[in-house]
Ligand binder design. Structure first.
Ligand code: CP
Ligand code: NVA
Length: 303
């Protein structure tokens, strides 16, 4: 059977460990100038219905560096824009491609595509989840902290797609995760309930950012208005103003706390410029690591 990554719930603990260790190895080999071509002759489609810099380019570069070929498909240039069913699209593309990365709005649409396709389908972000982001973030955490376990991770901001994937990861891996979100902007109730059921008291949601970051090893934030929510931007700026990751909030965490952001960042909103560029920030290494994790994912699913 083909493997998909539609959410992190498609993985078990061993899958996480294998992907993280393999991406570290692939990074080491790449930086040493060693060329690996396990995907020679393979073709990856990327169907994107939302903008992307990091996810698109890192998947495309990963495919090229592994010897394969990426084909980028802007939804507007496909028959999807003229309402060809997503299932028909998945069946047809399965005859041409060896895997598909999808960035779209609806998780249901992604699942429909994956059900119809005979090739691996990878979620490159939906309104509900961003699984590959958290996989590469775990690589960064392991690289910098030596282990992904026994750490306190604090999420500060919106209970959004990235937050949902953190909940999935924490519940599978037994990570300690405290999320500070304003009332009404907490994670999706079902995602949260399923995570709490699995993780018990290792996961907590509060409305107090100071409580979340107390003794934290990692502070993670993301934009206040995600793609598709642009119309709520100015309203959300007011709701979230106490949830800014700034120097005074960072000072309440452990002194060696690592500040993470999946990017793109809005300086002066969810994070201040001094924190983003400061000594605790790892955001640029974090972005770079998407390349290495995406290689490990492609190698595992497509090879
Ligand atoms: N972090 C991330 O997914 O960035 P892009 O939107 O640029 O792909
Ligand atoms: N939550 C953000 C993540 C961007 C990578 C969004 O969906 O826009």
């Amino acid at each position: 059977m083909k493997d998909d990554i539609l959410t992190l719930l498609d993985l078990d603990v061993e899958d996480f460990d294998v992907l993280i260790d393999r991406s570290l190895e692939l990074k080491r080999r790449y930086l040493a100038g060693i060329v690996d071509r396990p995907l020679q002759g393979k073709v990856l489609g990327l169907i994107f219905d939302k903008p992307s810099t990091r996810t698109r380019v890192s998947f495309e570069a990963a495919m090229v560096q592994l010897g394969g070929v990426p084909i980028f498909l802007n939804v507007e240039d496909t028959q999807l824009i003229r309402n060809e069913p997503i299932g028909d699209t998945g069946r047809v593309l399965s005859g041409y491609l060896d895997g598909i990365v999808v960035r779209t709005y609806s998780q249901d649409l992604l699942q429909e595509l994956a059900a119809a396709a005979d090739i691996p389908v990878i979620n490159g972000l939906t309104d509900m989840y961003h699984p590959c982001q958290i996989l590469s973030d775990l690589l960064t955490i392991k690289e910098k902290k030596g282990s992904i376990y026994e750490l306190k991770i604090a999420w500060v901001g919106d209970g959004n797609n990235v937050a949902h994937s953190w909940l999935n990861a924490a519940s599978i891996l037994g990570l300690s995760l405290v999320m500070a979100c304003p009332d009404g902007y907490q994670p999706n109730r079902e995602v949260l309930a399923r995570s709490l059921e699995r993780a018990g008291n290792k996961i907590k949601v509060t409305d107090d950012p100071e409580e979340a970051v107390r003794d934290a090893d990692v502070i993670y934030t993301d934009v206040w208005a995600s793609m598709g929510q642009e119309g709520e931007h100015s309203f959300r700026r007011k709701i979230f103003k106490e949830y800014q990751v700034n120097a005074s909030l960072v000072a309440k965490a452990k002194s060696d706390v690592m500040v993470m952001h999946c990017l793109p960042a809005h300086r002066g909103e969810e994070i201040t410029a001094d924190v983003l560029e400061g000594p605790n920030s790892v955001v640029w290494d974090q972005a770079e690591n998407k390349l290495h994790m995406h290689k490990a994912i492609l190698e595992r699913l497509i090879k």
